[in-house]
Ligand binder design. Structure first.
Ligand code: 6PG
Length: 234
């Protein structure tokens, strides 16, 4: 695999290191431009990363935090990624950041693609830092194997900022940034914990269809320069 892999004993150690790395990327972006953009995933893995990031010294008031993907539930729902981000990332020093969430009042993400693209317009050009997770089925962002809109989401030269997805085997319809949007990021980090995910990653590095293990779409791409942060356990 041509992507650098950084290995840690625990997610806590990994999170300290990765938080410093992301803060440095964002600071470098702020030295060049007025605003820096950070897009983060949800799920259970990034919680300690969010906590560590929230304490980083940075001009957070110039940072836009947005989402890689969102489950289409109310903002206070236990499965809402926005809720997780607000609770664990947008606190301490990072409370000064601007949050651009994906969720709109639309009842379905399938009727909200245009509205979410408008809301996330600052992200249309280049996102400075993207933090990705990965599921045991090889999905990253909300690129779920077997989803009807997977090919559209995975079009590397697609013009859509985001795509609605119905996962065949996970709860909630979702909105996800498209692969084309992710590929324009300046820095991308894949954050995974545990031997089961390492095994999936190893399989994904082998031959096979992208649609079977969609993380392959990023692993097989040269841009962005994806780096893998892996911890053996929590
Ligand atoms: C989501 C995510 C998703 C996540 C993986 C890993 O909303 O579900 O953004 O892509 O990164 O499913 O989730 P865990 O960290 O919970 O294993």
């Amino acid at each position: 695999m041509h992507h650098p892999v950084h290995t840690f004993a625990t997610n806590a150690e990994l999170s300290q290191e990765l938080a410093g790395r992301i803060a440095a990327d964002l600071a470098a972006a702020l030295a060049q431009r007025k605003r820096a953009i950070l897009a983060v995933s949800g799920g259970s893995t990034p919680r300690p990363l969010f906590e560590a990031l929230s304490l980083q010294q940075l001009q957070w008031s110039r940072v836009i935090v947005t989402q890689v993907d969102e489950r289409w539930v109310e903002d206070d729902h236990v499965d809402s990624n926005a809720r997780l981000i607000k609770q664990y990332l947008l606190q301490n020093r990072a409370a000064a950041a601007e949050f651009l969430g994906m969720k709109t009042p639309d009842s379905s993400p399938f009727t909200a693609e245009a509205a979410v693209s408008a809301k996330l317009a600052p992200c249309a050009e280049v996102i400075d830092v993207v933090v990705l997770g990965m599921g045991d089925d090889g999905h990253t962002a909300s690129f779920f194997p077997g989803a009807a809109t997977l090919a559209r989401a995975l079009d590397p030269v697609g013009t859509e900022l985001c795509v609605a997805v119905r996962p065949p085997s996970a709860p909630h319809d979702r909105m996800t940034l498209s692969l084309a949007t992710l590929l324009r990021a300046r820095h991308a980090y894949l954050h995974i914990v545990g031997a089961a995910k390492q095994a999936v990653l190893n399989r994904a590095c082998g031959p096979g269809e992208i649609a079977q293990l969609p993380i392959r779409a990023l692993l097989r791409s040269e841009a962005p320069a994806l780096e893998i942060y892996y911890a053996n356990g929590n």
